[in-house]
Design a binder for this molecule. Structure first.
Ligand SMILES: Cc1ncc(COP(=O)(O)O)c(C=O)c1O
Length: 431
C-alpha cells in the first residue's frame, strides 16, 4: 500500500541554515483569506491597478521593439548606469546626496536585504531590529542564522534610550553587533515614523557604539502630509547603508530595488550579487528607466499617496467608530499599515481562525518578532481593499474582538505564550 507521510525525507541533508526557514503557521489561513467573501486586511500588496496600465503596456512594447537586443540581454551585476543616475535623483527627494557609482540595483529591496546580510553576518552574530520588524527581514536574518535582538519602538519610532541600553548590555556581554536594521519611515508593520529629533539621536548612538545602520525605506515617498522625511543616510554617508525600492512607487512585480552603500561595501555587494544572480533583470531595469524618463512619475506617486490616504482615513475612521474599549492602534502618516493592540488577555493569533470565520483576515503580531512575542498585536493594512471594504472589514473585526472580550470575561484571561522558535518566511500575503 502506498504510504503517505508528512515528514520531510530530506531533513538530514539540509544545511543548518535551512532549519530557520519555516513557513508561517498562519499561511494556511491565507488560502481562505483570498476568498472573495473575506475582507483581507492582511496583505501588504500595493494597489498597482492605479497605474495607467495601457500606457505602461505601450511603453514596454515600444521598449522591446526599439531596444530588444539590450532589454533581453545579460548586463552588469551592479545595474544599469542610467537607471542608477535616476535612482540618485529619486533619493535626492529625501535629502540624500549620492553618486550612481555607489548604487547597486537589486531584485527588490528584499534581495538588497539578503546581500547585505550575506556580506556582514556570520551564524550567531547579533543583528538589532525594531520590535516589531518587517517579517521578510526577519526571514532573511534567520536564514543567515543571525541572533536577532529586538529594540522597542513607540509612536515616535525606535526608542533611542532603549537602543543605548541594549547596546550597553551587549557590550557588557562582549557581543559584537553587526548592524541595526530599521525602517524609520512609515514602518512595516507598526506604521510609525522616527521623529526628526530621534533621527539625530539614533545616528549619534550608532556613532558612539560604532554600529552600522541598515535603513530600509520603501515607503518614504508615500507620506500623506508635507515633504518627504529626511533619510538617515542624508546625514551619515559612512555609517548608513540605504535600501530603496520601486515596489510601492511604481510596481512590485517589476522587482527593482537598490542599495546605496559606502564605496568599499558597494564593491562587496556587487560580488555577492554576481554570485547570487549574475545580474538583475535587464528587462525590468530598462522598463523602470524608461518609466522614469518618459512618464509623469512624480504625479503618479501623488496619485498613489491620495489613494492610500483615503484608505488610511477609512481605516482610522472605522476603528474609531467600531473598535471596543481597550483596543489601541497607531495612526500612520504614510505607508500601508496600522498596528493594533488588543486588550489585556486577548490573543491575536488564537483569534485569527475565528476572525476568518467572520470573513476578515489580518496578520497576527507574532510574525513580526523573532522571539515569538507579539500575541496581543496585529497588523491591519489598508493598501489593497477599497474604502468600503476596509470599513466592512474593520466592522467585522470589531465584532470578533467584542466576542473575545466576552469570552475572556466569562472564562478568564488567556495565558500568553511565546510561539515556538522559527521565523516565518514571507509570502505575497504578508509582505
Ligand atoms: C520594510 C520592507 N522592506 C522590504 C520590502 C521588500 O520590498 P521589495 O518588493 O522591494 O523587495 C518590503 C515589502 O513589503 C517592506 O515592507
Amino acid at each position: 500500500m502506498e504510504q503517505h507521510t508528512r515528514t520531510d525525507a530530506y531533513t538530514d541533508r539540509y544545511a543548518a541554515r535551512a532549519a530557520g526557514m519555516v513557513a508561517s503557521e498562519i499561511r494556511a489561513l491565507f488560502a481562505v483569506a483570498a476568498r472573495p467573501e473575506v475582507v483581507s486586511l492582511a496583505g501588504g500588496m500595493p494597489y498597482v491597478s492605479a497605474l495607467p496600465l495601457d500606457e505602461v503596456g505601450r511603453m514596454v512594447g515600444d521598449l522591446v521593439a526599439r531596444n530588444g537586443a539590450e532589454v533581453l540581454q545579460y548586463a552588469s551585476a551592479q545595474g544599469d548606469p542610467v537607471l542608477r543616475e535616476r535612482i540618485c535623483e529619486v533619493m535626492a527627494l529625501e535629502g540624500v546626496q549620492a553618486s550612481a557609482d555607489d548604487v547597486v540595483v537589486t531584485v527588490g529591496a528584499q534581495q538588497a536585504l539578503d546581500l547585505v546580510t550575506r556580506i556582514f553576518v556570520d551564524p550567531g552574530d547579533v543583528v538589532l531590529a525594531e520590535a516589531p520588524s518587517y517579517v521578510g527581514a526577519l526571514g532573511t536574518f534567520a536564514s543567515y542564522q543571525a541572533d536577532v535582538v529586538h529594540v522597542p519602538l513607540d509612536e515616535g519610532g525606535l526608542i533611542p534610550a532603549a537602543l543605548r541600553e541594549t547596546l550597553e548590555r551587549l557590550r557588557r556581554e562582549g557581543r559584537t553587533v553587526k548592524f541595526l536594521y530599521t525602517v524609520p519611515t512609515f514602518q512595516n508593520p507598526a506604521g510609525v515614523t522616527l521623529t526628526t529629533a530621534r533621527r539625530a539621536q539614533i545616528l549619534e548612538i550608532a556613532a558612539e557604539y560604532d554600529v552600522l545602520i541598515i535603513e530600509d525605506n520603501p515607503y518614504g515617498l508615500l507620506g500623506f502630509d508635507g515633504d518627504p522625511m529626511r533619510a538617515l543616510r542624508a546625514d551619515d554617508a559612512e555609517r548608513v547603508v540605504y535600501l530603496g525600492s520601486f515596489s510601492k512607487t511604481i510596481a512590485s512585480g517589476l522587482r527593482v530595488g537598490w542599495v546605496l552603500a559606502p564605496h568599499a561595501v558597494r564593491a562587496k555587494l556587487v560580488l555577492a550579487a554576481e554570485s547570487a544572480i549574475l545580474c538583475p533583470s535587464s528587462f525590468s531595469q530598462l522598463a523602470v528607466r524608461e518609466y522614469l524618463t518618459t512618464q509623469p512619475w512624480r504625479e503618479q506617486i501623488k496619485d498613489f499617496r491620495e489613494l492610500y490616504r483615503e484608505r488610511r482615513d477609512a481605516m482610522l475612521e472605522s476603528l474609531d467608530a467600531f473598535m471596543p474599549e481597550g483596543c489601541t492602534w497607531t495612526r500612520p502618516a504614510g505607508g500601508f499599515f496600522v498596528w493594533l493592540t488588543l486588550p489585556e488577555g486577548l490573543d491575536a493569533k488564537a483569534m485569527a481562525p475565528r476572525a476568518l470565520a467572520e470573513r476578515v483576515a489580518y496578520v497576527p503580531g507574532t510574525g513580526f518578532y523573532a522571539d515569538g512575542d507579539g500575541r496581543r498585536h496585529m497588523r491591519i493594512s489598508y493598501c489593497y481593499p477599497e474604502p468600503h471594504r476596509i470599513r466592512e472589514g474593520v466592522r467585522r473585526l470589531a465584532g470578533v474582538v467584542e466576542q473575545e472580550i466576552r469570552l475572556r470575561d466569562t472564562f478568564g484571561g488567556v495565558e500568553h505564550q511565546r510561539s515556538p522558535g522559527g521565523v516565518h518566511t514571507p509570502g505575497p500575503d504578508t509582505v
